[in-house]
Design a protein around this ligand. Sequence first.
Ligand code: TLP
Length: 346
Amino acid sequence: MPHDVVDLRSDTLTLPTPAMREAMARADVGDDVWEEDPTVQRLEGLAAGLMGKQAGLFVASGTMGNLVSVVAQTRPGQELVLDADSHIFNYEVAGSAVIGHVQTRPITTERGFLSPAQVAEAIRPRNIHVPATGLVCVENTHNRHGGTLCAPEEISAVAAVAHGAGVPVHLDGARLFNAAVALKRPARDFAADADSVTFCVSKGLAAPVGSVVCGTRDFIARARRLRKMLGGGMRQVGVLAAAGIVALEQMIDRLAEDHANARRLAGGVAALPRIRLDLARVQTNIVLFSVDRPGGVEELVAGSAARKIKIHAVGPASIRCVTHKDVDEADIDRALQAFAEITRAW
Ligand code: TLP
């Protein structure tokens, strides 16, 4: 059955699979605030195993996972070092500042990843005038840089510098499995030197809700208290965790299809007039491009919508398309056909 609407706005729009619905209906549940939900415990154990960490914590969203990770590992008045285009800095409603009383230190990078030298330079000296550096964050894959990825070794190199200064590292791995599949490396390699890691089951892995935070038992105990403080202590939430288990057991390997579709889309988009797209940056399931024509973004978004293709402007001159399991090759070709019609006169 061809899809009526082709939705390229985000992989968060994926619908749960029939296997997920089935698992949700059958899930054994208990009160998770009492730590009595067996399905949540299974998901957390599975996640911790995949990340090579002692423990996991199921949270409502990537935003909540990042927030509890930041707050659990910093003290008020400390500084959080991160890329200037990071999700935490741009799209998490300043939670680190509001809840954690942490100052962010955004650093501009070329493809979303701080180099070890940049981290070394950003870490504050001991000095009565300056804040202490509390945490370094890495985002992989990188959303605002268009799904770019970094290798496990790059994270380890950054962590070595941070740890040398006594500073922990958090990995915002909302789309970590996309990086793992693209580089054919186990997810745990990326998390090896991160003190905490968050990944989402609700994006390309297609579960309806949720992320898992992983780290040491002690860190997870602190994160659990913070989750409760934020109102994220959920009760018979095994019905949601059940879908997360299916996501981890069945949906990781197929991310390769999304990456192939992203390359197909990018190849077509790059050939359109007045479009700037760096094909070397199309490394996973995100296609980011800019439109070099006043009003061009609006024309493309509206023209696509009129053809039942949903795309998303992420800046006055840029558009992001995200591939996922509810978009197939035929949908990509339909989107390319629409873009060609809209830009024909450009
Ligand atoms: N990203 C969403 C939007 O918030 C922009 C998307 O559609 O891409 N880290 C990264 C790298 C993310 O891309 C996101 C979500 C999050 C964290 C937050 O996850 P949620 O949406 O579950 O809070």
